[in-house]
Design a protein around this ligand. Sequence first.
Ligand code: ZN
Length: 225
Amino acid sequence: MRTKLFAISVVLIAVALYANHANTVVAQTTAPCTVGHTSPSTGFWTWPANSIVNIYVRDPDFSEDYAAAVRIAVQNWDAAAAESGSNVHFIFHGLTLATKTGQGDLTITRGETYDRKRHLAFLEAHSLQSNRLIDYALVIVDVRVKNPEVLTNIMAHELGHSLGLMDCYQCSRKTTAMSLLKTGTEPNGIEGPTPCDKSAVLAAYRELALHLPSTAVTLDKPSGQ
Ligand SMILES: [Zn+2]
């Protein structure tokens, strides 16, 4: 009888520990999005809502394996178009010999950024109407970036900028694409928008619609896709 009681209590403790562990896992994945801690603030320039953004990788700055690394981040942000409230779709076009400056074009090139800005890359956004709406852009990536996986992290970050997200240096690394990368060779595992990034973009486009009603979102797939 005593052994039986002992066995039951062990099982109960095991279940309690597991239940506690299960709650912990859930708590970790659904941690609240707190600006400056787990979520970036907003305020950067943005693509107009409902835009189609064409992504090009400049050849010979980058080889095919780097282009493939860019495609991963592009597809992850494209997949978030509706959920992020921007309805901005990103289309990957691969390697190109020339920098594109048409409406909705984004070209990725190499350049010296680290010495100038202490950044491994930066987004050069062009707003022809000076209305904070991006017409075309460049992402300039420093020569120190020598790992395609890091380029995926960089594109997850820079595309976040182009949807209104600011840098978040204090944010813990796994909660947002807007935290800083340590080095040009050490990936941070972030390949696209996190849940907190998507809700921050949602806030940015709601704000945008208040100021520029003409840019209100029409949540459907762009034609021809
Ligand atoms: Zn940044």
